[in-house]
Design a protein around this ligand. Structure first.
Ligand code: FE2
Length: 361
């Protein structure tokens, strides 16, 4: 314990820093190995733990550090961001290959699935130099607590439905929320394998013309935290609704004051109108509505996003940072940036949502 410094501020995360110049990757990896139970407790207590000031330069070192706490990582990714495996590692990937100007709103990793990863891990290999580029964090227990009780009850009663429409191949003419083709999502071109996985993971599927694939799943909007039992806002509405795209750009403009984000907000507002009113919400690349198929209103979307943004914490990345996150409570998202930046990610094995666990017992 006394070989490092614990620095818990008012907000996320708990920082752990070197002491007496002991800042090598080997020291940190050994220290985490000797204190793995303590680290698991701290991740649970604070929601996120950040190791800062240690000399982590490679994805391999990050992987070794994380496996001290979480020996069984996962390499199957069923999320929507394009990712690439980091050479020399088994379980480390680039966080997102999406263009730097594009924001990623707050979400719990893969929370639209029946079994999202229990924990999530990021490491900064190249820190961003310009404004932006933070991986902001947000406590989704606070989001649950602060949602208007009437809105909360509506989500409690109805749950949420997630709709995804995939084409076989990605193209610039696709819906801009459609970042991959389904073979890339499922890591196979065999339709039978896709169908089997959908059945196993409680996703309704239907094949469309030109090899399109529609995926629909209904889930509870909230989840009981697996360890504390706290109610958590637990769904992908912030990411999977056209409302978010112009709204996210506008909020980023208000935060950093750069005109290009205001212009992007206006452009996306018009594109949003086209997709929601001409293409139709159920035919968009991504859409979220209530579980009974009724639409979530603009006022409700705005309210959820107000509460989320109010609770977001922005920490500037420093090279070598490792953050360990309780993915059943603390969300993450990416602020847009310019210039170089390299953030890599690893995640735990799938962990069946407690609400589905109860239903299957
Ligand atoms: Fe993510």
């Amino acid at each position: 314990m006394d070989k490092v410094v614990f620095d818990d501020g008012e907000t996320l995360p708990l920082f752990i820093k070197p002491k007496n110049g002991q800042d090598s990757a080997e020291f940190l990896i050994n220290w985490i190995g000797e204190n793995k139970e303590l680290m698991r407790k701290k991740i649970l207590e604070y929601g996120a733990v950040m190791f800062r000031g240690f000399k982590i330069n490679e994805g391999v070192e990050f992987e070794r550090a994380v496996t001290q706490v979480d020996p069984e990582l996962c390499d199957a990714y069923r999320g929507t961001s394009p990712r690439k495996q980091v050479p020399g590692t088994e379980y480390v990937f680039t966080a997102s290959e999406m263009p730097p100007f594009y924001p990623i709103p707050q979400h719990l990793e893969m929370s639209f699935l029946a079994a999202p990863p229990r924990n999530l891990y990021f490491c900064c290999l190249v820190e961003p130099v310009g404004p932006g580029g933070e991986t902001a964090l947000c406590d989704f227990k606070k989001v649950y607590d602060e949602i208007d009780p009437a809105v909360r009850q509506k989500f409690e009663d109805k749950g949420v439905m997630v709709v995804r429409n995939y084409k076989k191949n990605w193209s610039v003419f696709n819906d801009p929320t459609q970042l991959k083709g389904w073979p890339e999502v499922f890591n196979t071109e065999k339709k039978e394998d896709v169908e089997n996985e959908c059945r196993d993971t409680l996703i309704d599927f239907s094949w469309k013309k030109n090899d399109g694939l529609k995926l629909v799943n209904k889930r509870d909007a909230f989840e009981n935290h697996p360890d504390t039992g706290d109610r958590i806002w637990f769904n992908h509405l912030q990411v999977f609704h056209w409302y978010m795209i112009p709204d996210e750009f506008y909020r980023i403009y208000k935060r950093v004051g750069q005109l290009r984000y205001l212009i992007m907000s206006w452009i996306m507002w018009f594109i949003k109108l086209f997709f929601l009113n001409v293409i139709g919400p159920m035919n968009c690349g991504l859409h979220t509505c209530y579980g009974d198929g009724t639409e979530i209103s603009n006022a409700e979307n705005k309210h959820i996003r107000d509460v989320t943004w109010k609770n977001m914490v922005f920490n500037r990345w420093k090279k070598g940072d490792i953050v360990m996150i309780d993915n059943y409570r603390i969300s993450h998202g990416r602020q847009p940036y310019t210039g170089r930046r390299s953030i890599v990610v690893a995640w735990s094995k799938p962990y069946l949502r407690p609400s589905l666990r109860e239903k299957s017992e």
